[in-house]
Design a binder for this molecule. Structure first.
Ligand SMILES: [Zn+2]
Length: 414
C-alpha cells in the first residue's frame, strides 16, 4: 500500500478500531490488540505483546536501532457508552457520515491510534534505513482506569523508554498539551460522641465538626493559593487553557471570566465530592466523613497540601490520603515541544497553542522518567466520554500531516 493510500485510509482504520469494543471497565483489549498486530504485520512490521493484567495486552512495535528514540503512544481502552438509546449512531458502529467518524472512542482515542499507526507504517521503512534512530509504536491498555497495567508498567520495566514521546490523546490539530495538574484526593474524618438528639449538649456532633473542618480546609487552601506561583514558562499555556475552557463553558451558557479560569487552573482547586455521616435524625452522630478532590498545579506537591490540612485541622478532624499524583510538564523549550509547535505552524499555517490540562494522562509516567512528552492528537476534549462522540476526517488528516512532519524532523529525514 502506498503512503497516499495509507493516509486516505485513516478514517476507515478509525472506524474499524471503533467497531472492536474495548470498554473499560473491564478494559479487555485483546481483540483490538490482535487487530493492530495483524494490521502492522500486513504492513511488514513485527510487534511484541506485554500483558501485565489478564486480558489487557499492550502492543509494542519498533523500527530502527540506537538513539535517538521517539515513542508514539495511544491507549486502546474506551469508557462505557452509557445509555445506548441516547446515541444517534450506535456507539460501536464506526459510521462515517458527512466528514465525521462516529462512535465510542472516536475522539478518545481510536482516531489518534489510527493516526500514529499510519505515521509508523509510512515512516518505518525510512527510519529502518537510517544509521541510528528508533521509532517505537505503542498501543496500551488501562489508561481510563489509571494506566497501571499499561504505560506505568511498561515505563517501570524499561520497555517504554526514549528521548521523547508523543501521546495522541485528543488536543485538536492546533493545540497541544505540555503538562497537567496533579491529583490530591483526601478523606476528612470527624469523630464525635453519640447522645440523644433532644439533648445534644451531652454529645459531640461529628457532622458539626466536619462542617467546621471543611470550612477551615477551604480557608487554608484559599490562603495557600495566594502564595502559589507556577513556573513562568507555563504562563502562556495556562492562558491558552483558560481561553479554551472558557470557550467550551461559554458554549454551554456558563459565563465566567478568563481570570476565573486562569485562577482555577493555576492554583489548587477545591471540590468536596462525597459526604457521609449520621444514621438517625434524633441522634447526635459520632462519625462523619467527606471526600475532597483537589488538583494541584506545577510548582505544588500533593504532600504540601496534605501537610497543610493535617496541621490546620488537627484537633478537629483527621485527614486520610485517598490518591495522589504529582503535577508534571515538559518545558516548551524541549525539542519535541518545539517540533510539534513548528509542525502546526508550517504544515497547517495555524497559530499553535501549548496548553496545561486539569486532568491526568499517561504522560505523567513518561515525564516522571524524565522523558519529554507532548500530548497531541485529533478530536476535541469536550467530546471525549460524550454521547455521539465523533472525530472529524479533517482533524484526522491534519494531525496526521503534522505528526508525519514531526517524526521526519526528529530523525532528520527530508
Ligand atoms: Zn484518552
Amino acid at each position: 500500500m502506498g503512503n497516499a493510500d495509507l493516509r486516505n485510509e485513516i478514517p476507515n482504520l478509525t472506524s474499524k478500531l471503533i467497531q472492536i469494543p474495548s470498554v473499560n471497565p473491564p478494559g479487555l483489549t485483546a481483540d483490538v490488540a490482535n487487530f493492530i498486530r495483524d494490521w502492522l504485520s500486513a504492513h511488514g512490521f513485527s510487534s511484541s505483546v506485554y500483558e501485565y493484567a489478564r486480558g489487557k495486552p499492550n502492543i509494542i512495535a519498533k523500527v530502527g536501532s540506537g538513539r535517538p528514540v521517539l515513542i508514539l503512544n495511544g491507549h486502546m481502552d474506551v469508557v462505557p457508552p452509557g445509555d445506548e438509546t441516547k446515541w444517534t449512531h450506535p456507539p460501536f458502529s464506526g459510521r462515517i457520515i458527512e466528514g465525521r467518524v462516529y462512535g465510542r472512542g472516536a475522539t478518545d482515542m481510536k482516531g489518534g491510534l489510527a493516526v500514529i499507526m499510519t505515521v509508523f507504517a509510512e515512516l518505518g521503512p525510512l527510519i529502518e534505513g537510517l544509521g541510528s534512530g528508533t521509532l517505537i509504536f505503542s498501543a496500551t491498555a488501562d489508561e481510563e482506569v489509571g494506566g497501571h497495567a499499561g504505560v506505568e508498567a511498561l515505563v517501570r520495566d524499561g520497555v517504554l523508554i526514549g528521548d521523547a514521546a508523543v501521546i495522541a490523546e485528543p488536543s485538536g490539530p492546533t493545540r497541544y498539551y505540555i503538562g497537567e495538574k496533579g491529583l490530591c484526593q483526601v478523606r476528612i474524618v470527624a469523630r464525635g460522641k453519640p447522645a440523644h438528639g433532644s439533648l445534644p449538649i451531652l454529645g459531640d456532633n461529628a457532622i458539626m465538626r466536619l462542617i467546621r473542618a471543611v470550612g477551615r480546609a477551604e480557608e487554608l487552601i484559599n490562603e495557600f493559593n495566594r502564595t502559589v506561583k507556577v513556573p513562568s514558562e507555563l504562563v502562556e499555556a495556562i492562558r491558552n487553557s483558560a481561553e479554551a475552557y472558557m470557550e467550551a463553558a461559554g458554549a454551554l451558557g456558563v459565563k465566567l471570566s478568563l481570570n476565573d479560569f486562569e485562577r482555577v487552573i493555576a492554583t489548587v482547586s477545591f471540590n468536596p465530592g462525597v459526604v457521609r455521616g449520621g444514621s438517625k435524625v434524633n441522634m447526635v452522630p459520632d462519625y462523619a466523613e467527606l471526600e475532597l478532590d483537589m488538583r494541584v498545579p506545577p510548582g505544588v506537591s500533593p504532600s504540601q497540601v496534605i501537610e497543610l490540612l493535617r496541621n490546620g485541622l488537627s484537633g478537629l478532624a483527621e485527614v486520610e490520603v485517598m490518591d495522589t499524583s504529582e503535577p508534571n510538564y515538559t518545558s516548551p523549550s524541549e525539542r519535541i515541544a518545539q517540533l510539534v509547535h513548528e509542525g502546526i505552524e508550517r504544515v497547517l499555517g495555524a497559530r499553535p497553542r501549548p496548553m496545561l490540562i486539569t486532568g491526568a494522562t499517561d504522560g505523567r509516567y513518561l515525564r516522571a522518567r524524565g522523558i519529554p512528552t507532548i500530548v497531541y492528537g485529533p478530536g476535541e476534549l469536550a467530546l471525549a466520554h460524550a454521547y455521539d462522540e465523533y472525530v472529524s476526517v479533517e482533524d484526522l488528516v491534519r494531525v496526521h500531516d503534522v505528526l508525519n512532519y514531526v517524526v521526519r524532523r526528529f530523525f532528520g529525514i527530508t
